[in-house]
Design a protein around this ligand. Structure first.
Ligand code: DAH
Length: 365
């Protein structure tokens, strides 16, 4: 006879704990327990519908704590010694069976989940947000197109530039005071984030033979604050033309054509003397105020003019450093902020709006 603690029973077997069992009836009870466990597992296993559900069935039978089979195996210890091997073996066979069936079922469930369509066609749809080109990118493309139409080659230049191309070859040797005006992000003594697109002058003269017509557009970086009128990253376009006999008249003529195309055909422009180390003579270029057509308003500080870009004839030293030594060959260059054009063209009063990625702003373009 066994004490009641030596019996096998499934949780919930009513009154089972009161039974006093002989060796034979204990064995019968054991077989019954095993076959009941097996039947209930087979039912649960067949009802599995997904991997979450699969996990709960696995845990129900095999969890270390509270698993039905694990629990039954633990109970083996309470059986008389001579009965343990036979029951132990039967339980282990059942456990292996359960493990195998679970594995097979998992493969089936996974395959089913893979085959199931990923879209629930009965579900109400989500509204789609439509994107659009960023206003500065559109303007950048528009500017490039104007120049391509005039036979210019577009250079795609690196944002990480060398000190040589950004400064030195543009007649700004180390310690040159003009470097201070472009507070620079340096990686080391040699590499920096370009502060302007003017290096296209040097790259173009190195890569091409006159007559040269080249532009480059893109991001430039300066250690400036991020406020309504400054940004540490903004966009520029820089232009160079090199050919025998080019002079300020050519520069003026092409600026006039370009500014009328970008703003509007009624725009006027004027050149004032200006200093940039890489041009001689240099000029600051103004356009007639686009808000008041030159009559004078708060935007142009009543002057009727708005400063828009820097320009000039390529400095002889810059030509020479880039390998152009024939004194008959001259060039003109100019550079402009694309964001600045966008601000004026679209009447935006805070440059940060272009970089905040607020769709309420961007969707207007
Ligand atoms: N690189 C100048 C700047 O970032 C702009 C500029 C001025 C470009 C005169 C030119 C130029 O090509 O001739 O402020």
């Amino acid at each position: 006879m066994l004490s009641h603690s030596g019996r096998f029973f499934l949780p919930g077997d009513p009154g089972a704990e009161n039974l006093q069992l002989s060796h034979e009836s204990n064995e019968a009870m054991m077989r019954e327990t095993i076959s009941r466990l097996r039947r209930s597992f087979e039912e649960d296993c067949a009802a599995i519908t997904g991997s979450e559900n699969w996990k709960s069935v696995r845990d129900k039978y095999l969890a270390r704590e509270g698993g039905l089979i694990t629990g039954a195996l633990k109970k083996l210890r309470e059986l008389p010694k001579e009965e343990r091997p036979a029951f132990g073996q039967a339980m282990n066979t059942l456990r292996e069976f359960v493990e195998e069936r679970l594995e097979t079922r998992l493969q089936e469930v996974r395959a089913g989940e893979r085959d199931r369509p990923a879209v629930d066609v009965t579900r109400p749809g989500f509204p789609l947000e439509f994107g659009s080109a960023h206003p500065i990118k559109s303007l950048q493309a528009e500017i490039e197109e104007i120049f391509v139409g005039m036979g210019f080659r577009v250079f795609d230049l690196p944002e990480i530039e060398s000190d040589y191309y950004n400064f030195e070859a543009l007649n700004m040797p180390p310690e040159h005071p003009a470097r201070d005006a472009q507070d620079t992000f340096y990686f080391n003594a040699v590499q920096l984030l370009r502060t302007h697109c003017s290096s296209v002058q040097v790259h173009a003269m190195e890569a091409l033979e006159p007559p040269i017509r080249a532009i480059s557009t893109g991001k430039v970086f300066r250690r400036d604050p991020f406020d309504a009128t400054h940004s540490p990253m903004f966009y520029q376009v820089d232009v160079i033309a090199v050919e025998e006999g080019l002079h300020m008249g050519h520069l003026k003529g092409m600026l006039d054509v370009f500014l009328k195309r970008v703003f509007h055909p009624g725009i006027k422009m004027r050149l004032r003397p200006g200093f940039f180390p890489f041009v001689e003579p240099g000029a600051e270029v103004d356009i007639s105020c686009i808000f008041c057509s030159g009559r004078g308003c708060a935007k142009c500080k009543q002057s009727g003019w708005i400063e828009i870009l820097g320009a000039g004839m390529v400095h002889p030293r810059v030509l020479e450093m880039s390998g152009i030594r024939d004194p008959r060959i001259t060039g003109f260059a100019w550079g402009m902020g694309i964001d600045r054009v966008a601000i004026l063209k679209y009447g935006v009063d805070d440059i940060r709006l272009f970089f905040d990625n607020d769709l309420r702003f961007l969707n207007q373009f």
